[in-house]
Design a protein around this ligand. Sequence first.
Ligand SMILES: Cc1cc2nc3c(=O)[nH]c(=O)nc-3n(C[C@H](O)[C@H](O)[C@H](O)COP(=O)(O)OP(=O)(O)OC[C@H]3O[C@@H](n4cnc5c(N)ncnc54)[C@H](O)[C@@H]3O)c2cc1C
Length: 352
Amino acid sequence: MSPPSRSGVAIVGGGLAGLALADELERAGIDWHLFEARGRWGGRMHSLNVDGAAFDLGPSWFWSIQPRMQALAKRLGCDVFEQYSHGDLLYEDNKATVHRERGFASMAGSLRVDGGMQSLTDALAAGLPASRLHPATPVTGVDRQRGLLLADGRQWPAGHIVLAIPPRTAANLAFEPELAPEQIRALARVPTWMAGHAKFVAVFGTPFWRDHGLSGDAMSHAGPLVEIHDASPGSGLPGALFGFYGVPAEIRRDNPGRLAEATMAQLERLFGAEARDPRHTRVQDWAFEPETATPDDRSPPAGHPEYGPLTALEAAWGGCLLLGGSETAGAFGGYMEGALERSAELAGHIIG
Ligand SMILES: Cc1cc2nc3c(=O)[nH]c(=O)nc-3n(C[C@H](O)[C@H](O)[C@H](O)COP(=O)(O)OP(=O)(O)OC[C@H]3O[C@@H](n4cnc5c(N)ncnc54)[C@H](O)[C@@H]3O)c2cc1C
């Protein structure tokens, strides 16, 4: 296989943003190649498969105000359903006393994908020519003359280079010519949305909480999980719950056994003895995945950051280096919709 001509596009990152851009370039007949560090597609869109069902370890939801996500799921034939939200919410105070609240479901109306979010990125990748896709191929640097620098020592010349990776991880690449310190700071100060978080998933036989009039929603000031939701597929079977940890990243990393025990004790406090024996559990800690998070991401931002394109850096490279990925989107930055929004913008720019 010969490398592309200097007019080709090299995309770094096979998450939703990189794959969506590749898809648009492919349909426009543009020469492109995509380089992904991990051995799988999807980046933060990652699902666990158990008993023939998929459970999201990264993003779970999109919303009806996000047209691109809806259109993508429809085009790829992926079934969408509403987050289960019938029944009472549980609230645990800081003394671990459980209260039952009526008529409130924090994620009512949110939309989920039945095969898991990774089924969207898997379907996108499956529709692209394999000869242009380079999984398990980390990019270590970007050279204005030589193109991409790959971890195996190869170089990949390209007319346009698109970094469809979180800006903070881009700050760790080697740039030639070197970036000015303020340009590196501009990349490094963009928090990667949700990168400092960890998700816990527990798969049961049935969603037994529904039979007790519970939605599966729980908020806790006692922890270790601070927010829990029903994670069952559209059919409801097998039943599953997922939660976000409220424990700092380093403590999670250093005490996995105690964390697992405390998590199971919390599920039992909230949902009773039936929660004691899940068929399968999994912790996905994004804070320690170097393709997603940097040490700065271990202290997540308090609110949703303001995101947008990093145009100063692009201008300094004469327009041949473009910054993509959800964290560079203006309207829905940080969300999956933002990844699609920015990729559509970049495709328009490249295709002209
Ligand atoms: C726990 C969690 C929950 C979330 N919940 C939601 C939600 O409910 N709704 C929502 O809309 N969004 C949510 N998000 C955010 C959502 O996941 C992102 O907006 C979206 O996945 C971003 O896609 P992306 O392609 O821009 O980036 P990424 O998915 O991060 O993709 C970047 C890709 O680049 C690769 N890469 C990195 N460095 C290199 C390198 N040097 N060389 C080659 N490849 C590299 C990575 O492996 C990755 O595949 C959540 C995220 C997490 C972690």
